[in-house]
Design a protein around this ligand. Structure first.
Ligand code: 1CP
Length: 340
């Protein structure tokens, strides 16, 4: 049996389209908040296969999505590279900003092996998930992960990382390629543990000029894709270069990802052009899910009307927000599935 999301990634049209939501396992679910309390800290959730399996399965049980995404975070990679990482309730991730000297001293050998708990989670998930549910592994793209390592926290436009890259080009390039190396090994191990496909989250690619987009986003992601495919030529990879605008076309062509995750600012006319070159995933504005009602129905219908006749995985254009009501998620799913 070939799972629906995998059919779409391979270029087939499946209608109604398979559905999952970025950040589906997380704070909009009361059962997630309860498990998080029991686990202690957020990293305890990520590194405990018992807890991580449980929270990965929660949205599948509740909504019957077509794909589950491994519960972890993109910042476990810098964490196993020795960077301190804290998650404070309501504040997001916090790290000590990395210096050029610390970049030069980074030791990448063996780092991916330290994420054995994640691979164990993937192995257990593949056994526990329904047969028809696709299991997605993931990592952050080097640029996006680097922005947090340099600023030490989330920022609206990643000014600290952009400035660092201009001022310390050599150290910055080393950081990106070190992250690419470890991330590739991390993805290979997730794949070997049973992930059906792999998503690379390039959430901050939209703040770069064209030249930096090429060097910081495309180049290291191309490196990861090549490295994974050198071992597993058939591996299916989803790229999500949020905010890439017209550079979405280059991103697929030059990195070699199989499917493109589209953010909600991508116009339908352009999305259709991208879909002629391969599968697309997206792209509902997450705030339509918060609003519900007509705003939600119209958003869903427009995506189905414009992209439903080609290879599409229905998703949000970015992660679900904690305040999105569960009823609205059901409304979205019912609307999509009733179009069959
Ligand atoms: O269902 C899922 O998607 C759960 C697994 C998952 C994934 C794929 C989590 C759990 N995080 C991520 C990816 C991730 N983490 C990204 C890429 C996707 C995106 O753009 O949303 C990014 C940028 C991060 C970094 C991060 N981790 C942030 C954003 C910080 C910022 O201000 O820019 C936050 C808030 C976290 C913590 C986190 N990660 C995941 C959850 C559920 C949470 C909330 C932690 C909590 O319980 O308090």
């Amino acid at each position: 049996m070939k799972r629906k999301v995998l059919k779409v990634i391979d270029g087939e049209t499946v209608f109604p389209p398979p559905i999952w939501m970025m950040r589906q396992a997380g704070r909009h679910l009361p059962e997630y908040r309860a498990t998080r309390k029991n686990a202690g800290g957020f990293l305890d959730l990520c590194y405990s296969p018992d807890f991580a399996v449980e929270v990965t399965l929660q949205p599948i049980r509740r909504y019957g999505f077509d794909a589950a995404i491994l519960f972890s975070d993109i910042l476990v990679v810098p964490h196993v590279l020795g960077r301190d990482l804290r998650f404070e309730e309501g504040r997001g991730p916090l790290m000590t900003p990395i210096t050029t000297q610390e970049i030069n001293d980074l030791e990448i050998n063996g780092a991916a092996l330290k994420l054995e708990a994640v691979y164990e989670t993937v192995r257990r998930l593949r056994k526990e998930l329904p047969e028809e549910t696709t299991l997605l592994g993931f990592c952050g793209a080097p640029w996006t992960v680097a922005t947090y390592m340099i600023a030490g926290h989330g920022t609206p436009d990643q000014a600290p990382a952009r400035l660092f890259a201009y001022q310390h080009p050599e150290a910055f390039e080393k950081l990106l390629m070190d992250l690419a190396e470890v991330s590739a090994e991390y993805l290979i191990r997730q794949y070997e543990a049973g992930a059906d496909a792999l998503q690379i989250f390039d959430s901050w690619s939209g703040v770069l000029d064209e030249d930096c987009f090429e060097r910081f986003c495309i180049k290291p992601v191309r490196y990861i894709v090549d490295k994974v495919r050198a071992v597993h030529p058939e591996a299916r990879i989803i790229g999500f270069p949020k905010g890439a605008g017209t550079l979405y076309t280059d991103y697929r062509e030059k990195t070699g990802v199989n499917m493109l995750g589209l953010d909600w600012s991508v116009p339908y006319s352009f999305a259709k052009t991208l879909q002629k070159q391969g599968a697309v995933q997206g792209n509902l504005d997450p705030l339509r899910l918060v609003a519900g009602g007509k705003a939600l129905d119209e958003g869903v219908d427009r995506i189905l009307d414009n992209l439903g006749q080609g290879p599409l995985v229905f998703n949000l254009g970015h992660g679900i927000t904690p305040q999105a009501p569960i009823d609205h998620v059901h409304q979205m799913i019912n609307r999509i599935r009733s179009r069959g």
